[in-house]
Design a protein around this ligand. Structure first.
Ligand code: IFM
Length: 449
């Protein structure tokens, strides 16, 4: 690998870190915030591995100036965060928004601008108001209207200072982790529900886009998808067909409709009774033109045919002798090159941003107070080298956001999985920049590595 330097990338390349509201904010009951599906989900024993919740998390609700200082000190020029919908509408909708919630994000955005950090906001990163879940959540079409109202209010209040808008983060996770596997809030296990959730989330994206544009004339809007490069476990016809099916639900189910192709027919034909209810005009709404595609890349998957297993009769195979993170996710910078090559070839989004990429390891604070996370540093270096290769291939990747600025609440894994470039001691809330963060800082300051 050639030495890597910031100047290998365009001067207007966006460099940032990503975070999300429920994972870092805490302050769950402050200033009128309502209950979210994650507050409710965490309250049931057995849902979260360490029995924790995001009620305090990184206490970012109070410590945000310090956290934004960290982002600035890293040398990043952009910062991706999300809004907690229940801070704005505690019960999901209403005539009057919660001013204190709006004020919090207003201060936060001002804080970014003061520090030279371009705000990249995500409207939905999984913390649905619980009150909406009581009425069916995303499976209820009325939630689409609620999302559009919420997007309207937020974009009217913050649109004078935010240009970059991400409607949804990883709709696959919203739908399938939350409503099919039941491992995320709201903990439902029903394939048909998951597909309806998926559809409604996509419609809500398409309906929100013109509303944001109306409020923010210079807005740049996109959705952030979790995408995976896939390989068949063998050359057998069965495994190859299984990989196509797996791809159909994991990747194409989102990429195709967002790019005007409707849902993939090969998968639709397998859904039977589980197919979602699609109203006239929905597919055109979902395909409303956007300005960029956000890609969250973590790992590739090896797929085998598995009759009777899951909705697509496929299984993800754990191959031996590959490098993995502590989560068991395969480390594959080459997979990122393959994936973005495919997205560019098959869909040609005008701009692509790597809106998340990162890794978890069992970090230890040394006696000297340092966190020498050599594996995460190596992961970061190799993925940035892959990003450079992708750009060199003429693929319009315009920015990279590391997941994450801070160790935080990793959903069903609680605080067991640390993804931060900054270590957080959850007892004392002390922040310590890890070796990976120091490397990112040196890279962003122009040092050749
Ligand atoms: O922590 C999550 C994030 O909320 C969404 N993308 C994947 C990350 C790591 O699992």
């Amino acid at each position: 690998m050639l030495p890597l330097k910031r100047s290998d990338f365009a001067t207007d390349f966006r460099w940032g870190c990503s975070t999300s509201s429920y994972q870092i904010e805490g302050g769950a009951e402050l200033d009128g915030r309502g209950e979210s599906i994650w507050d409710r989900f965490c309250a049931t024993r057995g849902h979260i591995r360490d029995g924790s919740s995001g009620s305090v998390a990184c206490d970012h609700y109070h410590r945000w100036p310090q956290d934004l200082d960290l982002a600035r000190e890293l040398g990043t020029n952009a910062y991706r965060f999300s809004i907690a919908w229940p801070r704005i509408f505690p019960t999901g909708r209403g005539k009057v928004a919660n001013q204190k919630g709006l004020d919090f994000y207003s201060r936060l955005v001002d804080g970014m601008l003061e520090r030279g950090l371009e705000p990249w906001v995500t409207l939905y990163h999984w913390d649905l108001p619980q009150a909406l879940q009581e009425q069916g959540g995303w499976a209820n079409r009325a939630t689409v209207d609620a999302f559009v109202e919420y997007s309207d209010v937020v974009s009217r209040h913050l649109g004078d200072r935010i240009t970059h808008w991400i409607t949804h983060n990883e709709p696959w996770c919203t739908a399938f982790h939350g409503n099919y596997e039941g491992v995320h809030a709201p903990g439902i296990k029903n394939f048909k529900t998951a597909l309806q959730v998926c559809h409604n989330v996509l419609v809500s994206h398409g309906q929100a886009v013109p509303v944001i544009r109306r409020n923010v004339p210079n807005a740049r809007i996109g959705a952030a998808l979790s995408l995976h490069p896939l390989k068949a476990a063998s050359d057998s016809a069965a495994d190859v067909a299984a990989t196509l099916r797996h791809d159909g639900l994991r990747n194409r189910w989102f990429l195709d409709p967002l790019h005007g192709r409707g849902y993939p027919a090969d998968i639709w034909s397998l859904l039977g009774e589980s197919a979602p209810l699609v109203q006239d005009g929905d597919m055109a709404t979902i395909a409303t033109p956007t300005d960029f595609l956000g890609v969250n890349y973590y790992f590739p998957e090896i797929v085998a045919d598995a009759p009777g297993h899951g909705a697509m009769a496929t299984r993800v195979v754990e191959t031996k002798n590959v490098e993995r993170t502590a989560f068991g996710w395969e480390v594959s910078p080459e997979g990122m090159v393959t994936l973005l090559g495919r997205v560019h070839r098959d869909y040609q989004p005008a701009e692509i941003y790597l809106t998340e990429n990162g890794s978890t390891y069992d970090d230890v604070v040394g006696v000297d107070g340092e966190v020498d996370d050599a594996q995460r540093r190596s992961y970061l270096v190799r993925h940035l080298a892959a990003a450079r290769e992708i750009v060199a291939q003429g693929i319009p990747v315009k920015g990279y956001f590391a997941w994450s600025l801070l160790d935080n609440f990793e959903w069903a894994e609680g605080y067991i999985r640390r993804f931060g470039l900054t270590h957080v001691d959850f007892q004392t809330q002390q922040r310590r920049l890890k070796a990976s963060g120091k490397w990112y800082r040196a890279f962003l300051q122009g040092e050749e590595t």
